[in-house]
Design a protein around this ligand. Structure first.
Ligand code: ADP
Ligand code: DP6
Ligand code: CO
Length: 360
């Protein structure tokens, strides 16, 4: 009896132009385009194993060792169903000699090597790894199935996950088709395009966030007037500026726009009824340090040295260039000393390189 099992890992991506708001909650179609950087898998990755077996009685999923129910109509169910459908249509219905494993139930086990639901994009790496492991289980690999097809499926698990199928600098174009077929991620530039770009992850807290991204952004769509301004008059220009900055390796513009967009996203969170606060005092203190560092450097005519950005949580990601990493780590650690035993193992500051394409 053959064993049908596959394991894939996927990295997180941290947006520099934030996705926040859905125009279609079922298909996960965003109210604005977004752009992110995929990090290496050293510190922040999800690893997912999928197994298909005729003896299984239903699809099941374990996250970090604990079973998560796969509810009917849920995003998990959608992703599993869509990958099974691809297997059927592209392989089993085309070649009768291929085993019909899409008919078996699957058991899926996933582990995150970093805090889950703490604003470090676990839903992005999580759904990218899930879709990728199922795709490997069913032999849905390039050239038969391209990363963009998997990106469309991962998007229906968690919006930000569609960007984790690619390495480097990735745009998620919001698209305009009602069926979502043009709302997918595309590579803006590979990681190798800007090799001296790095991300520092400052884990301020590994607590689960009070308001999930999904419910937070839904409330913002329903109640924030500022969001309408953001999606119409702020993001489109910033997308163009950011793509150009990346093409030209223009760190000053990259840094300026990254920080402005993080601020804008947290402003619309605050403009939500009731208001949502994702950053805490330490997050704001880190902003002050980076602002001061840049102010001194700009005053000396030397340009920006670092850019902070915060997802839906208090943890900072700082984009910086090779030459400044050491200084910035020292600076952050000196302002926020990590006494031995004070933090748990996975709290602290660590450097990340950018990642290549997970499906290459
Ligand atoms: P985050 O900021 O970590 O992305 P979200 O609120 O967007 O937080 O999403 C967290 C949810 O994503 C989790 O509660 C879980 O449902 C899902 N998730 C996280 N990691 C995984 C994984 N490895 N596999 C499947 N789903 C995951
Ligand atoms: C602040 O992708 O986690 O990280 O689509 O509802 O699963 P769902 O939300 P999610 O939202 C991410 C929001 C963000 C910004 C970003 O990653 O672009
Ligand atoms: Co998320």
């Amino acid at each position: 009896m053959a064993l049908y099992e596959a394991t894939s890992s996927a990295p997180v991506n941290i947006a520099v132009i934030k996705y926040w708001g859905k125009r279609d909650t079922k298909l996960i179609l965003p109210t604005n385009s977004s752009l992110s950087v995929t990090l290496s898998q050293d510190h922040l990755r999800s690893t997912t194993t999928s197994r298909a077996d005729p003896s299984f009685e239903r699809d099941r999923l374990w996250l970090n060792g604990k079973e998560d129910e796969i509810k009917p109509g849920s995003r998990l169910e959608t992703c599993i169903r869509e990958v099974k459908k691809l297997r059927r249509e592209l392989i089993e219905e085309k070649d009768a000699s291929q085993p019909k494993i899409s008919q078996y139930y699957v058991h899926i086990a996933s582990y995150n090597n970093f805090p889950t639901a703490a604003g470090l994009a676990s839903s992005a790496s999580g759904f990218a790894a899930l879709v990728s492991s199922l795709a490997h289980l069913y032999n849905l690999t390039p050239p038969l199935v391209s990363p963009s097809v998997l990106s469309l499926i991962a998007r229906q698990g968690s919006g930000s996950a569609c960007r984790s199928l690619y390495g480097g600098f990735v745009a998620w174009n919001k698209g305009s088709s009602p069926d979502g077929s043009d709302s997918l991620a595309v590579e803006v530039a590979p990681a190798s395009h800007w090799p001296n770009m790095h991300a520092l992850i400052c884990v301020v807290s590994d607590d689960k966030k009070g308001t999930s991204s999904t419910s937070g952004m839904q409330r913002t769509v329903e109640t924030s007037t500022l969001l309408q301004h953001r999606i119409k008059h702020v993001v489109p220009e910033r997308m163009a500026l950011m793509e150009k900055a990346i093409q030209e390796r223009d760190f000053d513009t990259f840094a300026r726009v990254t920080m402005a967009d993080s601020n804008s996203f947290h402003a619309v969170a605050l403009d939500t009824e009731p208001p949502i606060f994702y950053m805490n005092d330490v997050s704001r203190a880190i902003i002050a340090v980076i602002v001061e560092l840049n102010r001194i450097s700009l005053e000396q005519g030397k340009g920006y040295r670092a850019a902070y950005t915060y997802d839906a949580g208090p943890n900072a990601v700082i984009y910086t260039l090779d030459k400044d990493i050491k200084d910035i780590i020292q600076l952050i650690v000196s302002f926020f000393p990590q006494k031995e035993g004070e933090f748990k193992d996975n709290l602290g500051v660590f450097g990340e390189q950018l990642a290549g394409n997970i499906n290459a």
